[in-house]
Design a protein around this ligand. Structure first.
Ligand code: VG1
Ligand code: CO
Length: 541
């Protein structure tokens, strides 16, 4: 049936889909409007296959029932839905690709908290398995601003809990195992025999923190059943609708128990965590934290030790704020290295066009051409495979990497949920300084270039401007300011700071100390204390 509706002005997707508070999504017509707007932008929708799944957060099941009814009324041919409505983001990406689906709908607000008072989100992925490009999300927003009606079937709720194939108004609904296809894909990339041997070594213990989010079932099957990790070493493995009240964000601040275990006398050799929807990863060794930027560089440098990448890499890419550690590896291996705006959607063209094999972001995201999303467990397995071959501790591996390539000291300071007007003031001030910054000396460092980053996609020539303010120094240091596109209240300001160090006697210093002069320069440039009204950042990673 056709239901009348009126537009909501706030349906513009951000860095990764439309994210709002659950209560917003629960308002009558809010979700249907957005879903119909997506459908209206898909000329090939009739008879097509779509994959649907989410990270299991509060409102997941209700949202899926609405999508099922709307898909049936919009004459979709087939829906592939993860059992209980659950699919990790990389698993959705894989199912889209392996089933030649038209696309998929992911229900997740990723690392944002869940529960009735938390956040919810919807993201559309295209037939390559990756987040839809900006041209598509812009079109969806446009449609959402003029929407007058949507189509929805009047059906009984579909049983999501049992694997089955049923029919609804001519549309096939298949409830599929959430884990098995993805687990098989991992087994086809990595040397599971070697990893199993490593895990059985008495001197090798590991701890994986699923953060009460979607990777629990995946970790139990892959790390537990297939690789022999003991159940007690997979913590917070039961997915909860509110993630146990925490932020399902794998970083030093939010994975407390894991971090306590890893920084102790009895620390396991390897620790890792993943986020709400399973696409992020944090890697730790005994008393050692690996920054995501270093992790990307180390994976790139050692990729040929992994069966799936034994023939080498086509190229690599990183998001603009990610440290330049991977650039050094690319240079040494004569690989092309691309710099994209923040957000996985910008890697899609480079991956599809065969220009890159590995890519990553400083925000705990790493991935490859095996899917079109970043992939948390994949990164964990990649590390385990390398460690299994090298028989080295995480900290030795990292130190060897720095000795060879140098160390990019790196930090990100987040000022969360500040008033939008205050954030605007910061960016206006920064913008006003861009023009006459070049050549200026600050704390002994000379600014080489200052700009607002714009990306020219080398594959389809599309241009994405306004992607972050950069101050680039002659010695390679960088200070970057961006506004987050994933928050749901106020504005979140991110400050990224990087300094390259080639002197091996300076490889084990405190990151915040090393970067202090650059942080002071950032303060001078942006007047953060005054303009944000905060003494210091809320989260430092
Ligand atoms: C953040 C990260 C970005 C990441 C995005 C989605 O975006 O900085 O690197 O791609 O989250 O990750 P922003 O606009 O808030 O800086 V996920 O795992 O939340 O989907
Ligand atoms: Co995520």
């Amino acid at each position: 049936m056709l239901l009348k509706t009126t537009p909501f002005s706030d349906q513009k997707p951000g860095t990764s889909g439309l994210r709002k508070q659950v209560t917003r999504f629960q308002e009558p017509n809010y979700l249907p409007n957005f879903i119909q707007s997506i459908f209206n932008c898909l000329p090939d929708l009739k008879g097509a296959t779509l994959v649907v799944g989410g990270d299991g957060r509060f409102y997941n099941r209700e949202a899926i029932q609405i999508i099922i009814s709307m898909a049936a009324a919009n004459q979709v041919g087939k829906l592939l839905i993860g059992q209980s409505g659950v699919l990790s983001t990389p698993a959705v990406s894989h199912l889209i690709r392996s089933n030649n689906a038209l696309g998929g709908i992911i229900l997740s607000a990723s690392h944002n908290p869940g529960g009735p008072d938390g956040d919810f989100g919807v993201k559309y992925n295209a037939s390559n398995g990756g987040p839809a490009p900006e041209s598509f999300t812009d079109a969806v927003f446009k449609v959402s601003q003029n929407i007058e009606s949507y189509e929805i079937a009047d059906n009984d709720p579909v049983d999501l809990e049992t694997k089955s194939t049923t029919e609804l108004d001519g549309m096939i609904v298949e409830i599929v195992d959430s884990v098995s296809d993805y687990a098989d894909l991992m087994e086809s990339i990595f040397d599971f025999d070697k990893i199993r041997d490593l895990i059985s070594q008495s001197d090798f213990k590991l701890c994986f923190d699923a953060m009460s989010a979607v990777t629990g079932p995946y970790a139990k099957e892959i790390l537990g059943n297939r690789l022999g990790v003991q159940a007690e070493n997979i913590i917070r493995a039961e997915p909860l609708e509110d993630f146990g009240g925490g932020h399902p964000d794998p970083n030093l601040a939010h994975a407390k128990e894991l971090v306590e275990r890893m920084f102790s006398d009895q620390a396991p050799a390897f620790g890792a965590a993943s986020d709400g929807d399973g696409d992020r990863n944090m890697i730790l060794g005994a008393n050692c934290y690996v920054t995501p930027s270093d992790s990307l560089a180390i994976l790139a440098a050692n990729a040929q030790l992994v069966p799936g990448y034994k023939d080498g890499l086509a190229g690599v890419a990183r998001s603009m704020p990610t440290s330049q550690a991977v650039d050094r590896v690319a240079e040494a291996l004569s690989l092309k290295c691309f710099e994209t705006p923040t957000g996985w959607k910008f890697f899609g063209n480079l991956l599809d066009d065969g220009r890159i094999t590995l890519c990553g972001e400083e925000s705990f995201g790493t991935g490859s051409d095996h899917v079109r999303e970043k992939d948390g467990l994949w990164a964990v397995l990649f590390w385990l495979n390398i460690l299994a071959v090298k028989q080295q501790s995480v900290s030795d591996l990292v130190m060897d990497h720095w000795k060879h390539f140098g160390r990019n000291y790196y930090t990100r300071h987040d000022y969360e949920g500040i008033e939008t007007s205050r954030a605007d003031e910061v960016f206006n001030l920064l913008e006003s300084k861009l023009a006459d910054s070049a050549g200026k000396v600050m704390s002994g460092r000379t600014i080489k270039k200052a700009d607002n980053f714009a990306y020219n996609d080398p594959v389809d020539s599309s241009v994405s401007s306004n992607q972050g303010i950069r101050f680039l120094f002659e010695d390679g240091a960088r200070i970057i300011f961006r506004k987050s596109g994933t928050g749901t209240s106020g504005a979140t300001l991110r400050l990224y700071v990087e300094h390259f160090e080639s002197d091996p006697t300076r490889f084990e210093l405190d990151t915040q100390q090393v970067l202090k002069d650059l942080l002071n320069i950032a303060e001078e440039l942006a007047q953060l204390t005054t303009l944000t009204g905060r003494e210091k950042a809320d989260v430092i990673t």
